[in-house]
Structure formats: structure tokens, C-alpha cells
Design a protein around this ligand. Structure first.
Ligand code: ADP
Ligand code: MG
Length: 233
């Protein structure tokens, strides 16, 4: 469940980004679109409690995010959010297996080896466990990052432009992988994108109509629709 009301965020003294009110039920699929600079990455950062809104209400998975800060925000995020940032942040010095184990450290939990292996198996990258990120293809690195993102069985998966650097077939595969992972974990999935291929890919891999959330570059108007195919990019 994601609920926002009159949410605003400004970087420094800049003009505030104004976000539309949403009430997203648990397990829904949200396509967040809008031109570059319209605030997609910022909205994801707000939902992940990486930044705090200056104004408005923001409740994610029953937690009022304005009440969280510092270490409590970090702990909450580690347990509740699977975050796939635009630039994947696998640690270059660590193997794939150790990169996944980091998720347990971040959540303050003992490493669960079998669960790490299972996550890698589910995404078809178990044989890569001992490799370093530099020894992975782009698609493999994305699978590893997704395996790590879903490791703690988060209720909310946030993916920022996951298909930006992929060809058509790989883009379709990446969307399928995200949708299946979310379904398996009964997680809400938010995909930020200005890639029109994503709407198409989503309709081919799930019968569930996505919630379409469009961020206007003008920042004052916005539209929320529910019918597939109304994605305005
Ligand atoms: P999108 O992901 O839709 O491209 P962003 O959320 O990254 O949009 O950015 C929204 C606006 O905020 C843009 O005008 C961008 O320049 C600005 N912005 C983003 N990050 C920062 C930052 N760290 N400091 C100052 N301004 C930023
Ligand atoms: Mg962005």
C-alpha cells in the first residue's frame, strides 16, 4: 500500500516538485512515466525513505515515512523495499554471492546462505555466484541486482528505468522478470520509465492492468489512469 497526499519535494532552494495524490493497493503494478526531469527518480527516493518530503503525507506499507529518519529509515528500507536504481550498485570488489549477502547485513540479520542460493537460482544466475560484477554481462548484472532486491521479500519493489540501455528482446525480458518476481513475493511493483516499450511488455506478461501515473514536466498538473495503453510518455 502506498498512500500520498499533497506530496512535495524540493532540492535545496529549487522549485518544489509537486506529486499527484495516489492510493495504491498492495500487490499492484504501477507504471510511473513522465519526461526526463519530471521527478520520477525523486518519487522513488521518497517512497524508499531515501529523502524526506518537505510537505505532504506519505505512508508506505503502513509506515508514515515522515516519522522515520537516519538509522530507522535505513532499517525500514532494508526490510521493506527492493530498490533497483538506474545505475546498479553492485559492489565491484565483492562476488555475486557476497553482494547478495550484504542485504542481510543491511537488515541486521544473520546471513541465510540457502536463501541467497535460492534467489540466484530463481533468476537463473546461480552459476555466477563466485564471479565479480565486472565479469557479468549487463543482463546478468540486472538479474543479480534483482535477486538481491527481492532477497528480503520486500513488500515494495522500485525499479528506476530498468530498460534504458536494453534492446527490445532484453527489455521485454527485464520487465517479465520484474513482474514475475513481484508476483511471487506478492509485492507492489513500481517501474519508472519514459520507455513506451515497457507498457507493451507489461501487457504481454500479465493480465493485471497497471496503474498509470504520469508526472507532468510542468509539475502543476498530473494524471492518474488505470487502463493499460494510456501511458503518456
Ligand atoms: P526524472 O527521474 O523524471 O528524470 P528526477 O527526479 O531525477 O527526474 O529530477 C527531477 C528534478 O529534480 C530535475 O529538475 C532534476 O534536475 C532535479 N534534481 C534531481 N536530483 C537533484 C539533486 N541531487 N540536486 C538538485 N536537483 C536535482
Ligand atoms: Mg530518473
Amino acid at each position: 500500500m502506498i498512500k500520498t497526499q499533497q506530496l512535495q519535494f524540493a532540492y535545496g532552494a529549487g522549485q518544489p516538485l509537486v506529486f499527484p495524490d495516489v492510493a495504491v493497493p498492495q500487490g499492484a503494478l504501477v507504471l510511473l512515466s513522465g519526461l526526463s526531469g519530471s521527478g520520477k527518480s525523486t518519487w522513488l527516493a521518497l517512497l524508499a525513505a531515501l529523502v524526506k518530503p518537505q510537505q505532504g503525507a506519505l505512508v508506505v506499507a503502513g509506515q508514515d515515512l515522515r516519522a522515520l529518519s537516519g538509522r530507522s529509515a535505513d532499517a525500514w528500507r532494508a526490510h521493506n523495499i527492493g530498490f533497483l536504481p538506474q545505475k546498479l550498485y553492485l559492489s565491484a570488489a565483492l562476488t555475486v554471492q557476497h553482494n547478495l549477502e550484504l542485504a542481510f547485513w543491511a537488515a541486521g540479520l544473520p546471513v541465510d546462505g540457502p536463501r541467497v542460493r535460492q534467489a540466484l537460482l530463481q533468476l537463473g544466475v546461480a552459476e555466477l555466484a563466485q564471479r565479480l560484477p565486472s565479469q557479468l554481462s549487463g543482463g546478468q548484472a540486472q538479474r543479480v541486482a534483482l535477486a538481491r532486491a527481492v532477497l528480503m521479500r520486500p513488500g515494495l519493489i522500485l525499479a528506476d528505468e530498468p530498460t534504458a540501455s536494453l534492446d527490445d528482446a532484453a527489455a521485454q525480458g527485464a520487465v517479465q522478470m520484474l513482474v514475475h518476481a513481484a508476483k511471487e513475493h506478492k509485492a507492489t511493483l513500481v517501474i519508472a520509465t519514459h520507455d513506451a516499450r515497457i507498457a507493451q511488455a507489461v501487457t504481454t506478461c500479465t493480465a493485471v492492468a497497471p496503474i498509470l501515473l504520469y508526472l507532468s514536466p510542468a509539475r502543476s498538473t498530473s494524471a492518474l489512469g488505470t487502463a493499460a495503453g494510456r501511458l503518456q510518455a
